[in-house]
Ligand binder design. Structure first.
Ligand SMILES: Cc1cc2nc3c(=O)[nH]c(=O)nc-3n(C[C@H](O)[C@H](O)[C@H](O)COP(=O)(O)OP(=O)(O)OC[C@H]3O[C@@H](n4cnc5c(N)ncnc54)[C@H](O)[C@@H]3O)c2cc1C
Length: 134
């Protein structure tokens, strides 16, 4: 039995989990690790920013959908990847071993690279739903 772990449960990670599970079937183990329990449909962030949608309208809880497909879900952010021992350690200290690892943690926003840039500075952002709400 192969153990596949996917870190990140958004536009990249969730389809990867579905496709891998569908291809490998019940004999193999697929686990998604996410630092959030909720999926947000990022392309709808502009509608949240202008008040046409709420966070709730563009979000859903991930776990029930993965349960239906027999995919394990750990809603603890990955803190460390130990590639020598093939394991991911979460922020809560859970150790998750893998045979194959998919990293789908998305971009890291770099507002700090330009002084005053970003929602804590002088500009607005719709990169995340938190920013869009602000
Ligand atoms: C306003 C806006 C509109 C867009 N519209 C479109 C569009 O119309 N069409 C299109 O194709 N693309 C669009 N995009 C781009 C698209 O949203 C991104 O390309 C896509 O979200 C990238 O998906 P991803 O899964 O790689 O990363 P993300 O969506 O950033 O997801 C990464 C996930 O990993 C999680 N994560 C991060 N670190 C950890 C960790 N340590 N442990 C566990 N989980 C972690 C994050 O919480 C997040 O859930 C848009 C983007 C924006 C900002």
């Amino acid at each position: 039995m192969a153990k596949v772990v996917i870190v990140g449960a958004s536009t990249g990670g969730l389809p990867a989990a579905y496709e891998i599970k569908k291809t490998l079937g019940a004999a193999h183990n697929v686990t998604v690790i996410s630092n959030t329990e909720t999926f947000h449909f990022i392309p709808s962030n502009p509608w949240v920013a202008v008040g046409w949608r709420t966070r709730r309208d563009i979000s859903f809880l991930i776990k029930p959908y993965l349960d239906k497909k027999g995919i394990n879900f750990i809603s603890e952010g990955a803190q460390k990847i130990d590639p020598k021992l093939n394991r991911v350690i979460t922020g809560k200290g859970t150790v998750v071993s893998y045979d194959y690892l998919v990293i789908a943690t998305g971009p890291k926003l770099s507002f700090d690279e330009i002084e005053g840039l970003g929602p804590e500075g002088n500009t607005d952002s719709i990169c995340t739903v938190d920013h869009a709400e602000k």
